[in-house]
Design a protein around this ligand. Structure first.
Ligand code: SDX
Length: 432
């Protein structure tokens, strides 16, 4: 880390103090304020963490101004074109692209852990058939803690990797079961003769009464969706996982917390919200009305799939997903008017002063819903698929922070409540 220092003037008896500036390998430098409170009794105020680096990480880099996304230094566009989800999982979790033999070992270890304990499958019967798949996934993944808690010594690197592999391996089975359960279809077992994405598709769409035939275009599309959603720096759900993990909580419980955080419509729930919005718009003629609502300060409506806390340019993932959505629709011979509405909505919005001024561009969620719908997925599964993919990123950050020595994450606050006051009157109130 660089040794550049800046002077910060603290207007109290401390006078002027020097704070170190920490340099990473890329991206913004960070003012080291760790001693600001212990040495000077001052807190930094940053609700929403717009200007806060919560940790050091070597996994994913985003340049929001330039619309750049790198997984361990590799551009997302190159990985989308040349790699696959399992290879990217190895890259994110272990730091490097695998050799042929490393790939086979890694994929073999994932394949061997894709089954769920039969008792876990019984949790599904406790849910109503119309339960949202994300509600089921939060519950079932959290419940895995009850099945592996004792077998894990979190201080053992092998045990940690085993837990991470188990989560990546079981998520497709859990997510697919959340869907088939909701439509009254028997839960399907994973097949070890299929790759990750096609195996997920056969668990989603296969029926016991006939052989499932993998559609290579849909399998490639699903693999790409998973790859693009795998990680994204310190987003809300990843930060949730890191915070839960900082207390030493069981990794299954930490990932369940991440699923819960991802579900929100401002985060991973946006893909479902985008499709609902496009369906509500329905036709190009209604776009101007929606744009007006999005710009109206008195209207809480936001253009779902637009804007991003970090990207102040196009989210590179939305470009790849737009192209794949068109390919899949053409391959299936589907003429989805919603794609036309989405493309027109984007065209109008990105040329509108309100969006330009606020640097609001389509994000990863803007086209993913159209692609998933074309593939036959119900809207309620869109965020479940996001959670399935992001499990790789969550476990990568979970593995990375095991080497972190800063202890439990425990932010402070700017207290604005009542000052000290005392209980009125004497003695205990008579029991009413
Ligand atoms: C994901 O963090 C990640 O990396 C997340 C993610 C990942 O891979 O993990 O990339 C996945 O969550 C993508 C984002 C999906 N969410 C949506 O598409 C929901 C719609 N977008 C917004 O809710 C919003 O843009 C956020 C939540 C994404 C970002 O919000 P910010 O950075 O807090 O922006 P803001 O609320 O401060 O808005 C700044 C201005 C405001 O206007 P002013 O008060 O300055 O006049 O922009 C406006 C906002 O009203 N604005 C929008 C808008 N988003 C922001 N106006 C209309 N439509 C929108 N979508």
């Amino acid at each position: 880390m660089g040794k550049r220092r800046v002077k910060a003037t603290i207007c109290n008896e401390a006078g002027e103090v020097e704070l170190a500036v920490l340099e990473g390998t890329m991206g913004p430098e960070a003012l080291d304020i760790q001693q600001l409170y212990p040495d000077h009794g001052l807190l930094a105020f940053d609700p929403g963490f717009r200007s806060t680096a919560s940790c050091k990480s070597a996994i994913t880099f985003i340049d929001g101004e330039a619309g750049v996304l790198l997984y361990r230094g590799y551009p997302i566009e190159e990985l989308a074109e040349k790699s696959n989800f399992i290879e990217v999982a190895h890259l994110l979790m272990l730091g490097e692209l695998p050799s042929e033999s490393e790939y086979e070992d890694f994929w073999g270890s994932i394949r061997r852990h894709s089954l769920l304990h039969e008792q876990v499958l019984r949790f599904y019967d406790g849910f109503r058939r119309d339960a949202h798949p994300m509600a089921i996934m939060v519950g079932v993944v959290g419940a895995l803690s009850a099945f592996y808690h004792d077998a894990m010594d979190m201080f053992d690197g092998e045990h940690r990797l085993q837990a991470a592999i188990r989560l990546v391996a079981k998520m497709p089975t859990i997510a697919a079961a959340s869907y088939t359960y909701s439509i009254g279809r028997p839960i399907r077992y994973p097949r070890n003769d299929l790759d990750y994405a096609p195996n997920f598709l056969q668990m989603l769409f296969g029926v016991p009464s006939e052989e499932y035939e993998v559609n290579p275009t849909l399998a490639r599309a699903m693999d790409l969706i998973l790859l693009l959603h795998a990680d994204h720096e310190q987003n809300a759900s990843t930060s949730t996982v890191r915070m839960a993990a900082s207390s030493g909580a069981n990794p299954f419980a930490c990932i369940a917390a991440g699923i819960a955080s991802l579900w929100g419509p401002a985060h991973g729930g946006a893909n479902e919200a985008v499709l609902r919005m496009l369906m509500e718009i329905g036709k190009i003629e209604k776009i101007s009305e929606v744009i007006a609502r999005a710009k109206d300060k008195d209207d809480p409506f936001r253009l779902m799939g637009f804007g991003h806390r970090v990207y102040r340019n196009f989210d590179p993932r939305s470009r790849v997903l737009q192209k794949m959505a068109k390919e899949v629709l053409d391959h299936l011979g589907i003429d989805d008017p919603l794609l036309e509405v989405a493309v027109k909505l984007e065209e109008i919005a990105v040329h509108d002063e309100y969006f330009i001024e606020r640097k609001l561009y389509p994000n990863v969620d803007f086209y993913s819903g159209i692609l998933l719908r074309a593939m036959g997925l119900p809207m309620t599964m869109f965020t479940a698929i996001f959670a399935l993919a992001r499990t790789v990123g969550w476990v990568s950050h979970w593995l990375e922070l095991q080497g972190d020595s800063h202890g439990i994450d425990r932010p402070r606050q700017l207290y604005v409540g009542k000052t000290l006051r005392h209980y009125p009157g004497k003695g205990k109130k008579q029991q009413r």
